[in-house]
Ligand binder design. Sequence first.
Ligand code: Q9C
Ligand code: ZN
Length: 320
Amino acid sequence: MTIKVVYTDRHLLHNPPYEIYDGVKTPYAEKAERLTSIMQSLKKNGYKNILSPKKFPLDLITQLHQKQYVSFLQKRSAGLKKTESLHPSYFLMDTYTPITRSTYDSARLAVDVTLTAAQLLRNGERVAYALCRPPGHHAEYKAMGGYCYFNNAAIAANYLSEKGKVAILDVDFHHGNGTQNAFYDRSDIFYVSIHADPAHTFPYISGFADEKGVGKGRGFNKNYPLPLGTTDSQYATVLKKTLADIRKFNPKYLVLSTGFDTYQHDPIGGFKLTIPYYEQMARTISGLKLPTLIVQEGGYNAKDLGKIAVSFLKGFQTKQ
Ligand code: Q9C
Ligand code: ZN
């Protein structure tokens, strides 16, 4: 298979023990098995182009995140014992995203994975898959949340924007509040997202249809909130609209924030997408014929994630 995948098993270090939901500790949904499941299926299906991440400079991160936030994460991670888990009272938007000893290193590594894949695009590759965790699209300028610490996709989009306009299509089940806010006043990066209606789903505070950008960025942010229970065909109808928006914007690159928590058997999500539909979804997106960076966001049914990812990537292999 020709699609290049950037991956490192050093994400295994990232293992927060629990998340807190309404005061109750529950097992951590964003677990390492998510990616080992995907890797295993990719290998079984003949994917051989697996690359390790290169190291990128910190300033690509601090262009999108406050310096104090970055050094806070670094210092607090380093100060913890191996089994400790910390919910600080600042730089934090929820109780799902603890700091552990490996948080800073793991979050930094996920950025490196994503930037390595983005660099492949800058060097002429058509599709690259950044298979990273922790995910990124909820991470704000100075706040972690929703299992995210650094905003991998936003950092990569910003890096790609040095070469031309970038569209970000976010198909995770949740709205990417961090990515939206990073580019809310910019007209060279267009953020468009399909997600569960924030009226009843995390992150609750953003992702509504009337959020359209500010200043120069007005018109370069678009949200398509959908009801719980959304099916393949309902999703496909909305996906077409986002692709029309992207064509109109005419970007040089596409960043695809890819969450598989839209799957019918996801333990956190509430849509009804089927495994075969992911291939169709990808084939439709691939019809844009844009150099595309696929960035892994959510998706929590570890057992089925491998099959979903293989289906999805297959849609990008089909010649049009
Ligand atoms: N008891 C991403 O998909 N809510 N983050 C979980 C479960 C938090 C999802 C509630 C969802 C965060 C990247
Ligand atoms: Zn999600």
